[in-house]
Design a protein around this ligand. Structure first.
Ligand code: C2E
Ligand code: CA
Ligand code: CA
Ligand code: CA
Length: 279
């Protein structure tokens, strides 16, 4: 134990992903985190480009690890997915997001929908609609104030099955959005069969508005596609006024990104919602 130098490892260094031992230790700590309530949600506003009002917010999970502080989802969602912990974690996220949103409404704040990310693993579970229904009943949140975000690749992995699951979810009266849109392969014929309400243009296209004419073309095409299919469309990762102007000129409905607000702790949300009351 005299020369620890070379053999000690830091949390979250790259080897973390490859070493089985490190993965197991992370898994153990995630289990503990679930048990001890170390997860929390940050919320990022989704804004109507026409009115400037907050119409929704995306719930983004964080882990407050007592040893390292706030850990971003990219550092633990993959391990949670591989280990099966994603089930209980997603259930917590869903319940907490619904509970919190209902609490804000009960305080008399202007209502806004809350969007929750659903991982591929969870979408594969056949009883997801039942779970969503029981959480809505338990929390008393009206279905129209909940939206689920599913990535294009999650949906297209098994498109036939997805049509059935999406129909079950949609029948509950909640909203459905296709996340990271444009990065996968959706055939247009499927898009027409999916009962989705919203396309979410991936950040990789939005961030290059002004720099890459290809990405501008893709962004414009997705907005036009949404309009012609009568879907809502939101752009994620909007960071500049120029990006916002581009989107506005093409009648993109909503935007989300650092330009308006970063994801923030729940305590910061009431004041933001309150500000919209007079508008
Ligand atoms: P996502 O669903 O694409 O979420 C958007 C990510 O972009 C968030 O990162 C957000 O903080 C970031 N972002 C938002 N606006 C901007 C911007 O203007 N510029 C830049 N550079 N980034 C922006 P975050 O919170 O680290 O989440 C990363 C990913 O982790 C999410 O990507 C989502 O796939 C996953 N995730 C987050 N929360 C959950 C959850 O509760 N369940 C599941 N299954 N996945 C989650
Ligand atoms: Ca998302
Ligand atoms: Ca994205
Ligand atoms: Ca790009």
């Amino acid at each position: 134990a005299k020369d620890m130098g070379r053999n000690t490892f830091q949390l979250f260094q790259p080897e973390m992903n490859t070493s089985v031992g490190a993965r197991l230790s992370l898994e153990r700590r995630l289990r503990r985190a679930l048990r001890d309530g170390e997860f929390l949600l940050h919320y990022q506003p989704q804004v109507d480009i026409g009115t400037g009002r907050i119409v929704g917010m995306e719930a983004l999970v964080r882990w407050h690890d007592p040893e390292v502080g706030l850990v971003p989802p990219s550092a633990f969602i993959p391990v949670a997915e591989e280990s099966g912990l994603i089930g209980p974690l997603s259930e917590w996220v869903l319940r907490e997001a619904c509970r919190q949103n209902k609490a804000w409404q009960d305080e008399g704040l202007p209502p806004a929908r809350v969007s929750v990310n659903l991982s591929a693993r969870q979408f594969q579970q056949r009883d997801i609609a039942k779970l969503v229904m029981s959480i809505l009943e338990e929390t008393g949140l009206e279905p129209r104030y909940l939206e689920l975000e599913l990535t294009e690749s999650t949906i297209m992995r098994n498109a036939e099955e997805a049509v059935i699951m999406l129909n079950e979810l949609h029948a509950l009266g909640i909203g459905l959005a296709i996340d990271d849109f444009g990065t996968g392969y959706s055939s247009l014929s499927y898009l027409k069969r999916f009962p989705v309400d919203r396309l979410k243009i991936d950040r990789s296209f939005v961030s290059d508005i002004g720099d890459s004419s290809d990405d501008e073309t893709i962004t414009s095409a997705i907005i036009a596609l949404a309009h012609s299919l009568d879907l809502q469309v939101i752009a994620e990762g909007v960071e500049t006024a120029a990006q916002l102007d581009f989107l506005k000129a093409r009648a993109c409905h909503e935007m989300q990104g650092y330009y308006f607000a970063r994801p923030m702790p729940q305590d910061a949300i009431p004041q933001l919602l309150e500000r919209d009351r007079g508008r």
